[in-house]
Design a protein around this ligand. Sequence first.
Ligand SMILES: Cc1ncc(C[n+]2csc(CCOP(=O)(O)OP(=O)(O)O)c2C)c(N)n1
Length: 323
Amino acid sequence: MNSARVKTFYYLMKLGREFELAAKQEYMKGNIAGFLHLDIGQEACSVGSMQAFDKGDVFTHYREHVLAIARGMDPKVVMAELFGKATGVSKGKGGSMHLFDPTLSFYGGDAIVAGHLPIATGCAYARKVQGEKAGVFAIFGDGATNAGAFFESINIAAAWKLPLIFFCENNYYAIGTRIGWVSPFEELFNKAKNYMPAKRIDGMDVCEVYKAVTEAKEYLENGLGPYFIEAETYRYEGHSMSDNGKYRSEEEMEIFKSRDPIEKLKREAIALGIVEESYFDETDKKIEQEINEAIEFAANSPEPELNELYEDVYCKECTNVVS
Ligand SMILES: Cc1ncc(C[n+]2csc(CCOP(=O)(O)OP(=O)(O)O)c2C)c(N)n1
């Protein structure tokens, strides 16, 4: 890992963390309505994967703010979307769960568990037919691996050797259901290993995530077919703002917090002398300002016009979407 890469990882993970903490506060103040699923604790998965999978199409579920920012979305337009404002990335009509930006090949925020996996598979088929190298990246939780749509997707992706990375964030819980209660095993790469290369990695380590996704990307760019990565991770918050997460023990939480991805990267970078300590303080200050600006932008932005209600329901000319 070189200094520039470590700095980028730190900046994006910390930006994502502070964004989420601010979003939580704004939700409590009543400035954000509907659902809000926080990614706090899982930032290494979002940032490491998006830094490695820099081209190609990205499909995701609803826990997606940090992923969207790591993909290149401006925190201002993401925050405005959370506030339901016209300046938001989905014009204020999607909210937290539906951050969608075709210019970044980001088709994000499916609220149906595993619902985006067949769509990503169809897109990977299109990319293969079009002879494009970059392929498709689909990110989802452990709960999604119990859905029929998941098994159908890994099956057809493997049978047709589609360029598709399946990236499972195994945070052990689907809302309050522990994976081991509804799956015969907790190490989920076992579900895919007869179909494609499948590995389990430390999802609390951004460098490991980056390395694994880089390898998977090379594999699919060589036309060898799909690849499955299970990243072991943990969410510190409840499933969404309406869940206090009390079904988990404090001991379990402490174990994962001791592996916190942001602190771990900072600690290791300083110990190895890759990044000077002052960088972290300066970056933290810069991020604080960026987040304040994002909130100000969202708060001062207009609501969508009433006549916008029926716009973007159907795609009229089908330009600027997956083609
Ligand atoms: C098909 C379907 N069933 C149930 C739900 C309700 N639901 C929303 S999120 C969720 C848990 C999913 O957990 P997981 O896939 O592990 O993702 P995580 O929230 O941990 O990121 C459930 C059951 C849904 N949205 N869609």
